[in-house]
Design a protein around this ligand. Structure first.
Ligand code: ADP
Ligand code: MG
Length: 192
């Protein structure tokens, strides 16, 4: 049994997609064990997207560079550098602006293999690469090109913890122990 953090980002809330998004997790059998609207402070944003996590920052840079290559775009022209770490750092600044730009809806989802399952239902980071059937693939067409020419983060509707370790770090940032509730869902009888 795992728990994972799912946040409907400001674009999802302002587009009225909270219900549409949560529906997909609920019907897959994931249990909502905590939920709330949050106006993300700069402090929470900084902790949620930690500047010292070099592996994650570089990973964002690599994902971005890969996408540029596919689109035959020049990273140096667009971003001023082709160093994955530098690109990751720039993206992080836009991310902090994005996540604090309006209310978000945060939930903790519980279930077997919840981390991977929630990532699968969410789809690829870049909506332009996320397959149909996923949240990002069905509800957005944003890409690195659109985002980076606009000097902004990719609006991909949701944040989902990337690993068990990330989930264990993130959940306590957003929810106190008392806000996470235990109960049984009807189909647990059938899915055991
Ligand atoms: P994920 O949200 O799929 O776990 P990451 O953790 O790699 O993806 O990145 C965090 C967020 O940063 C993404 O959800 C997206 O909003 C944003 N992002 C990633 N790459 C870029 C990019 N090249 N330009 C703008 N925003 C980006
Ligand atoms: Mg991530």
């Amino acid at each position: 049994m795992e728990r994972t953090l799912l946040v409907v980002k400001p674009d999802g809330v302002s587009r009225g997609l909270v219900g549409e998004i949560l529906r997909r997790f609920e019907r897959a059998g994931l249990k909502i064990v905590a939920a709330k609207m949050v106006k993300v402070t700069k402090e929470l944003a900084e902790k949620h997207y930690p500047g010292h996590r070099e592996d994650w920052i570089k990973d964002i840079g690599h994902k971005t560079l890969e996408n540029y290559k596919e689109l035959e775009m020049d990273a140096k022209k667009l971003m001023g550098t082709d160093d994955p770490k530098e690109i990751g750092k720039m993206v992080r600044v836009w991310l902090l602006e994005y996540i604090t730009s309006g209310p978000v809806f945060a939930v903790v989802l519980e279930g077997p293999h919840a981390v991977d399952l929630v990532r699968k239902i969410s789809g690829h980071t870049l909506p332009s690469k996320a397959p149909p059937g996923t949240i990002r693939g069905d509800l957005s067409f944003d890409s690195s090109y659109l985002a980076n020419t606009g000097k902004r983060a990719i609006k991909n509707l949701v944040h989902a913890s990337g690993s068990k370790e990330e989930a264990e770090y993130e959940i306590p940032l957003w929810f106190s122990k008392e806000e996470i509730l235990a109960y049984e869902r009807a189909e647990e009888k059938y899915m055991k």
